[in-house]
Design a protein around this ligand. Sequence first.
Ligand code: GLA
Length: 388
Amino acid sequence: MTNPPAADRARLALGRVLGVRPAVVAAAPGRVNLIGEHTDYNDGLVMPIAIARCCAVAAAPRDDGLIRIVAADLPAPGNTSEYEFSAPPPDVRGRWQAYVFGPAALCAARASGRVGADVAIASDVPMGSGLSSSAAAEVAVATALLAMWRVRLSPLGLAQLCQRAEHEFAGVPCGLMDQLASVFGREGFAMLIDCRENLVEHVPLPAASEAVFVVADSGVRHSLAAGEYAARRAMCAAAAGAMSIRSLRDACEGLIERSALTREQRDCALHVVRENDRVRAFASAMRAGDLRCAGAQMSESHASLRDLYRVSCGELDTLVCAAEAVPGVFGSRMTGGGFGGCTVTLCEPDSVAALLVALDTALRGAHGNPCRAFVAKPASGAHLLVQR
Ligand code: GLA
C-alpha cells in the first residue's frame, strides 16, 4: 500500500500548524457508483467501487476535551477551528468543519474518559463531483480517532456512525452507500450491497486488460444539501406510504400502476423498481464477463435517471451521449446524486484515448468546459497508515 499524497499533506499540516506529531494516520477512499442510483435510501441494491483517491487524517491525542482541526488544503485564515466536546454542538451545517467535527463528536461519545484530539485533514477526492468526498472525510476521521482512542466498532458500525454524522452535522439525509463503499472497498472488486440488510458482497471485476471504468467530471458542482436530494427522498417515502408498503424495495410495476400516485411519485417508484433489477442484471453480467449486457444496464440506468427520476443535467447527458458514440464503449451513465458531478463509462482499454478526446470535445462544444477524466481502478477501503 503506497501512502496517498493526501496523507503527507495531513501529516505536515499537523506538525506545522498545530505543532504535534501524529499518533495515527488514516486514509479512506472516495467511490464511484457503477449502478444502483437513488436506491440505497429505498432499501434497494447498489454496486459501487472504492477508488484510489483518498481523504487522509493525521491525529494526535489531547486530554482536555478539546478538538483542534486544520484543513491542510485550505488557505489560512479560515482553515483552523477549535471546539469543546462537552459544549453544546456548534452549527457547522454547510461548512467543511461538519465532516470533521461531526464524526469526531460521535466517536468521542463512545470513548471512555475525557478525550480530545488535534486533527489535520487533506483530500485527493475532488469535492462536489459525486465521488463521495464527504463520506471519505467522515470515514477517514472516524477510522483515525476510533483507533487513537481505542474504541472498538464493527466496519458496519463505522459506516453507520459516519452516515449519522452526515445527517446530524452536515444536514444531508443521505443513504448508507457512500460510507459503506469507503469502508468495504476491495482492490479488483465491486461491492454488491443490499441496503435493506446492509449486506456487502464483493464481486470480481474484469481484468483491466479486458475492460475499464472511465470517470468523467462534468465540471458542474452539486450540493446535496440544496434540497433536491431531500425532495426525492421524501417523494419516495410518500410513494411507499401511498402504496402501504415499507419502502420502494417492496414495490413492483403492477402495484405502482394500480395505485393512486401522483405522476412524480409514479415515475420515481418505477425508476427504483427497475434500477434494482438493473443492478441484479449488471452483477450477473459482470460475473459472466458479459460486458455488452453490463453496459446496456448502465445506459438504461442513465435514461431512467434523466427521464423518470429527473436528476441529470445537460452536461451529464452530453457526456453520456458522446461516450456511447465511441467504438468499444459498452455503456455510460451519470454516477452519484446527480445535478452535476461525474459520469462513469465502461469500455475496452483500447478505446480510452478516443473516449477522452470525445468527452472533452463534446463538453467544450456544448457547454464551453473542458472535461477532466480518469480511469477508476477498484481500490481498497479505509485503513490505518500509522498507529503509534
Ligand atoms: C448520494 C448519497 C447516497 C446515494 C446517492 C444516489 O451519493 O450520499 O447515499 O443516495 O447520492 O444514489
